[in-house]
Design a binder for this molecule. Structure first.
Ligand code: CAA
Ligand code: FAD
Length: 383
């Protein structure tokens, strides 16, 4: 594995770092407190080409590789995981899913503006609707139905916990057409949020990533034209699983960013804060914490780059993305907790950021497949 980043990768890293510090950092505490969606930041990310990073230029994307994407995701997540989850869902679940499996017409109509993050100058992003109130990890047991009515489908049911739920214009919806066929009876559809019969529930009041807008979405006799189905009849579950393998690389990058942000803040603080006549970084107990954090952050980065390179080089990445996600998210939770400890009482208040990193870290162990689900995926790859 060649780990030397190219000039282009280093430029993307610098651009993302600058963006995070100049555009995301100001106001990040207030957005978290007030649960305010980072619309201004997402529009600026769109201008940078970061909302459709891996999409071919002919569909409005930046035409970059997965490694570029994870490098950018890490930098933005160091500062603002609410903004980076929006970026991750649009890039790796929505845009990648449409580019890999959509028809030419679907790509022209939906992918092109989604990859640009804008349509007619307005925010234009997507959401991925798989989970339901009674079906999260056990995604095949979903209850939402898509009844085949000839030239259209009729969707009924409720999706839960949908990231970008109210900000998105386009939903990728998984629903059951023929329950008797199990996972092969599920279809995936492109649905526009403003179609009749769709109701967006209230914004969830969350522990972390509070700026991100998470909503339940109800479907009541929503008519979806047949041409908006993705792939062949019954392809919906495989679509979701394949898309999630890529999505997990994005969330692993988010988790890595949170862990690396916790480390950077902790090193800076430990050099400044004095106790017993010396900077706390000179106490071996603190130095060992930082050493362990740095080691685990580096290991998470290596696993992440490996998964990104597997995807870029056409190798199977279902297991490597699961490994990257489970390791990076557990590192994020642990490193952010250590960061609070290193900051002492100051770590417990908002202005030092690390308590937010700790709250934000937790979700990376839950969404896009819990840590237990990642272990199921990895375990099955060994059988
Ligand atoms: N690629 C291609 N096909 C795949 C696949 C993959 N990665 N994983 C599974 N499949 C196929 C299987 O081969 C199988 O097909 P066949 O019947 O033809 O062999 C079919 O899909 C069913 O697979 P399983 O029998 O393995 O399915 P399962 O019911 O045992 O579930 C699971 C497996 C891994 C637990 C899966 O249900 C899962 O990933 N659950 C977690 C769901 C999840 O990650 N949700 C995230 C929602 S999005 C989100 O969270 C976004 C956000 O927060 C920002
Ligand atoms: P459950 O599946 O009920 O799991 C409960 C516990 O049991 C977990 O610890 C789980 O790991 C464990 N468990 C379950 N089955 C097994 C098993 N077989 N073996 C071992 N342990 C098991 N979903 C979307 O579709 N789109 C989104 O955009 C989206 N965004 C989200 C944003 C947020 C903030 C949150 C909180 C969730 C989001 N989700 C989204 C849903 C998320 O993917 C699910 O919450 C997740 O997949 C877990 O499902 P669940 O909550 O139903 O937990």
């Amino acid at each position: 594995m060649n780990l030397d980043l190219s000039e282009e990768h280093l430029m993307i890293q610098q651009a993302a770092r600058d963006f995070a510090n100049t555009e995301c950092l100001p106001g990040v505490i207030e957005r978290d407190e007030k649960m305010r969606f980072p619309k201004e930041q997402v529009l600026k990310l769109a201008d940078l080409g970061f909302m459709g990073m891996m999409v071919n230029e002919k569909y409005g994307g930046a035409g970059l590789d997965t490694l570029s994407y994870v490098i950018a995701m890490e930098e933005i997540s160091k500062v603002d995981a609410s903004t980076s989850v929006c970026m991750s869902v649009n890039n790796s679940l929505v845009c990648w899913g449409l580019e890999a499996f959509g028809t030419e017409k679907q790509k022209q109509q939906y992918l092109t503006p989604l990859a640009q993050g804008k349509k007619d100058g307005e925010l234009y992003i997507g959401a991925f609707l798989l989970s339901e109130p009674e079906a999260g990890s056990d995604a095949t047991s979903q209850q939402t139905t898509a009844e085949d009515k000839g030239d259209y489908y009729l969707i009924n049911g409720t999706k839960n916990w949908i990231t970008n739920g109210s900000s998105a214009s386009v939903y990728l919806v998984m629903a059951q057409t023929d329950r008797s066929k199990g996972s092969k009876g599920i279809n995936a559809f492109i649905v526009e949020k403003n179609w009749p019969g769709i109701t967006v529930g209230p914004k969830e009041n969350k522990m972390g990533i509070r700026g991100s807008d998470t909503h339940s979405i109800q479907f009541n006799d929503v008519k979806v034209p047949k041409e908006n189905r993705i792939g062949e009849d019954g392809f919906g579950f495989k679509f979701a699983m394949q898309v999630l393998s890529g999505g997990r690389i994005g969330i692993a990058a988010q988790a890595l960013g949170i862990a690396a942000g916790a480390l950077e803040r902790s090193v800076a603080y430990a050099k400044e804060r004095k106790s017993f006549g010396k900077p706390i970084i000179d106490h071996q107990a603190i130095q060992f914490k930082l050493a362990d954090m740095a080691t685990r952050v580096e290991a998470a980065r290596l696993l992440l780059y490996k998964a990104a390179l597997d995807k870029d080089n056409g190798r199977n990445y279902a297991a490597s993305s699961a490994m990257a996600k489970v390791f990076a998210s557990e590192t994020a939770m642990w490193a952010a907790t250590e960061a609070v400890q290193i900051h002492g009482g100051y770590g417990y208040v908002k202005e030092y950021h690390v308590e937010r990193l700790m709250r934000d870290a937790k979700i990376t162990q839950i969404y896009e497949g819990t840590s237990e689900v990642q272990r199921i995926v990895i375990g099955r790859s060994l059988q």
